[in-house]
Write a protein that binds this ligand. Structure first.
Ligand code: DOR
Ligand code: ZN
Length: 347
């Protein structure tokens, strides 16, 4: 039986670090295991310009504890006022690695997002020209579309027409949650990638709703039916270069999760790598974990792979992870997979 595995140090291709006290509290949880992460720009106010991204990057590095190494890969929040020249300059300087499309109203702090794609076409054309990836929150937000169908409708009505219009545009389908997402990414060729979160490999919609509402399992895109989860597992463990890890670890203090209008987000930074080892072992695919967590992402983003290694060991005893982390902004509940996990990251 395989009881340990060594892989290149992983990266997280979709991460929320927030700002201020929350940033200080959650950053070590990611930096402990991950070399780099694509940092989501949905702060209040959002990170829209290259200048704002540079300042945010400095705040992240200032919050990093002594002795920890971590490279934040910055993104810009696409708005209908975004200037193509500002995006191009931020990319050329090496500061910005992607631009994030939030359809207005899709999720946390997305009200400054895009209502009319025609208005951002000059930015997208510039991005296609310079090869800068567009990270998409792939959900339509129209009231008539059922929340469980938002991803599939986005693919048909927004993503596919966009990619036909700008075939050179490099796109990441962020946090795919459906069989349709898996299948679309599979056929997309080299200009298309898809991130998959840890939690969407573990929960389906029953976890959120059966036996009482479980707010810590509520995230966006919302977890779907079981057959979608199985499709995601198959994709993540396939070794295909289209799929890579983006945890979408999204901290909210417990008071805002356990609320009449609870925030969306699962906080998985603390235990993602042991959980992935568990999932990949269950799928008989431990040999594909490195591709998913450490190789496919850098290949898509045209960045070198990490030289450092990570060792994961499976122990006889179930491992104990903290139920919460305590930040100066308040307690944040760590994602609970609901089963015993025997894997741990060893130094
Ligand atoms: O669950 C989510 N939380 N999904 C998102 O798209 C945003 C994120 C957040 O920022 O809280
Ligand atoms: Zn996110």
């Amino acid at each position: 039986m395989n009881t340990e595995i060594t892989i290149r140090r992983p990266d997280d291709w979709h991460l929320h670090l927030r700002d201020g006290a929350m940033l200080k509290g959650v950053l070590p949880e990611t930096a402990r295991h991950f070399a780099r992460a694509i940092i989501m720009p949905n702060l209040v106010p959002p990170v829209v310009t290259g200048e704002q991204a540079g300042a945010y990057r400095e705040r992240i590095l200032a919050a990093l504890p002594e002795g920890m190494a971590f490279e934040p890969l910055m993104t810009l929040y696409l708005t209908e006022g975004t200037e193509p020249a500002d995006v191009a300059a931020a990319a050329a300087s090496g500061l910005v690695k992607a631009v994030k499309l939030y359809p207005a109203g899709a999720t946390t702090n997305s009200h400054s997002g895009v209502r009319d794609l025609a208005k951002v076409m000059p930015v997208l054309e510039k991005m296609a020209e310079i090869g800068l990836p567009l990270c998409t929150h792939g959900e339509v937000t129209t009231a008539e579309v059922d929340i469980f169908d938002r991803e599939a409708v986005f693919i048909d009505t927004v993503l596919d027409p966009l990619r036909r219009r700008l075939p050179d545009l490099r796109v990441v389908m962020e946090h795919i949650t459906t069989k349709e997402g898996v299948e679309y990414a599979a056929e997309g060729g080299e200009t298309l990638g898809a991130t998959i979160t840890t939690h969407h490999l573990i929960i389906n919609r029953n976890h959120i709703l059966v036996g009482g509402i479980k707010p810590h399992y509520y995230c966006l895109p919302v977890a779907k039916r079981e057959h979608h989860r199985l499709a995601l597992r198959k994709a993540a463990t396939s070794g295909s270069p289209r799929y890579f890890l983006g945890t979408d670890s999204a901290p909210h203090v417990d008071a805002l999760k356990e609320h009449a209008c609870g925030c969306a987000g699962c906080f998985t930074a603390t235990n993602t790598m042991p959980l992935l080892a568990h999932v990949f072992e269950e799928e008989g695919a431990l040999d594909k974990l490195e591709a998913f967590a450490s190789l496919n992402g850098p290949a898509f983003y045209r960045l070198p792979v990490n030289e450092a290694r990570m060792r994961l060991v499976k122990h006889e005893a179930a491992q104990v992870f903290p139920a919460k982390i305590f930040t100066e902004a308040g307690p944040v509940t760590v994602f609970d997979p609901g089963f015993p996990v025997h894997w741990a990251v060893e130094a």
